[in-house]
Ligand binder design. Structure first.
Ligand code: PLP
Length: 420
């Protein structure tokens, strides 16, 4: 019987009345939607704390399993008649707070957290696609997402077609088997933008499910759900958690889609650990102030780099020289904490720079307190042919930068000494 229950897409996120639950969210969803984004980041998804003698912060419910009160409750759970917490892979109160907080931030009905960004991305795509389906995706993508589509999807009978971020020629890629459109904007690592409204209009016209990776923008800078997207995914490892100390992912969308994504996470096992969920919740509370500071640092560093004689080109949508600057002004509330630049002198020059920085740390990932530099060809975009790198807009001399929370003057000084 419990085996049958596993086939029913009913999330175990709500406990029976009186049980430990995240449903006592402060304010109803109508009220939540009237609050500003930083207020939602702090209070969204949190249990009611007024009139309660309890902690100010969400507890870590560190358990893999939950007790049933009696066999009747167990039977009802198996029949899908109650949504008690049963086992953390199916749901957990700490995870529920993180999910409701992120849903509130993105302006969505629901969210499902996962063990990593890739767990959220793979489970979301597999909730949408089946053998025989075709997917259209931007060619400029986080390398891990691209490799999933290149190395795994063909084995599952799923065909992927790639378009450039300007969606040029996309009409020619649609046929009766096309099921979904997946985009990343801004793209990793060269921060090209996809016109979100144009992508949604195209998906709607052809009855495609629309998915978007919102990691680089964060919910602070853009909310694709509000523009009509079906599913938004994030590597919550990055800015959402914000301190480079956990792996996490999240999928956001309608309750119907989230039930399907949760079911896929239950099948595949990519659920988040409650301890990591606690750090995610804590990180999200300061998301707005961190992203604002990081965007300011990114703008200052991009402006400095653009004038440097050893730099060929800077990829930052905040610069008027960026091909998507006007689009960025239209669809984003800031220009991102990420940038990339191409060194004159190609790979040797890019390696020299990375080996010489002192304040910037040489590491993969992004969105943390520490500023980072990395060479995409040796990290996110490893194991790609010259052709694939070209299509992804990555050159051998491309350096990707994640701006942290340091003082911009110190970051610029560090780059200056490393470039000399
Ligand atoms: C844009 C983007 N999406 C998804 C991922 C994958 O996230 P994770 O490493 O948390 O699995 C990354 C990782 O760098 C990323 O940059």
């Amino acid at each position: 019987m419990v085996m049958n229950r596993a086939k029913q897409p009913k999330p175990a996120t709500q406990a029976k009345p009186g049980a430990r639950t995240a449903d006592g969210t402060r304010g109803n969803s109508g009220l939540q939607s009237k609050l500003g984004p930083q207020t939602r980041a702090v209070h969204g998804g949190e249990p009611e704390r007024h009139g309660v003698n309890g902690p100010v912060v969400t507890e870590i419910i560190r358990t893999s399993t939950f007790t049933f009160s009696n066999t009747e409750e167990m039977k009802e759970w198996a029949e899908g008649k109650n949504k008690a917490y049963i086992y953390t892979r199916y749901g957990n109160p700490t995870l529920s707070v993180a999910e409701k907080k992120i849903a509130a931030l993105e302006g969505a009905e629901a969210a499902v957290v996962a063990a990593s960004g890739m767990a959220a991305i793979s489970s979301s795509l597999l909730a949408v696609l089946k053998a025989g389906d075709e997917l259209i995706s931007t060619a400029q993508l986080y390398g891990g997402t691209y490799r999933l589509m290149r190395d795994v999807f063909p084995n599952l009978g799923i065909t992927v077609h790639h378009v450039q971020p300007d969606l040029c020629g996309i009409e020619k890629l649609v046929n009766a088997r096309t099921r979904a459109l997946y985009v990343e904007t801004p793209t990793n690592p060269t921060l090209r933008l996809v016109d979100i409204e144009k992508a949604v209009a195209f998906a709607n016209k052809h009855h495609l499910v629309s998915l978007i990776d919102n990691t680089f923008a964060t919910p602070v800078l853009q909310n694709p759900i509000r523009l009509g997207y079906d599913l938004v995914v994030h590597s919550a490892t990055k800015a959402l958690a914000g301190h480079s100390d956990i792996l996490a992912g999240v999928s956001v969308g309608s309750q119907t889609w989230m039930d399907k994504v949760r079911q896929m996470i239950i099948y595949l096992g990519g659920s988040l650990d409650p301890g990591a969920a606690y750090l995610l919740i804590r990180g999200i509370k300061t998301l707005g102030v961190r992203v604002a500071r990081q965007c300011e640092n990114a703008m200052a560093v991009a402006t400095f780099l653009e004038k440097h004689r050893k730099v060929e080109r800077v990829h930052y949508p905040g610069l008027p020289s960026h091909p998507d600057h006007e689009l960025a002004k239209r669809q984003m509330r800031g220009f991102s904490s990420m940038l990339a630049f191409d060194m004159k002198g190609g790979l040797p020059a890019a390696r020299r720079l990375c080996d010489r920085v002192r304040l910037f740390l040489m590491a993969a990932s992004l969105g943390g307190a520490e500023s980072l530099v990395i060479l995409p060809i040796y990290s996110s975009h490893y194991d790609m042919s010259d052709e694939e790198l070209k299509r992804a807009g990555v050159g051998p001399g491309t350096v990707r930068v994640s701006l942290g929370l340091e003082d911009k003057e110190d970051l610029i000084e560090d780059l200056k000494q490393a470039l000399e």
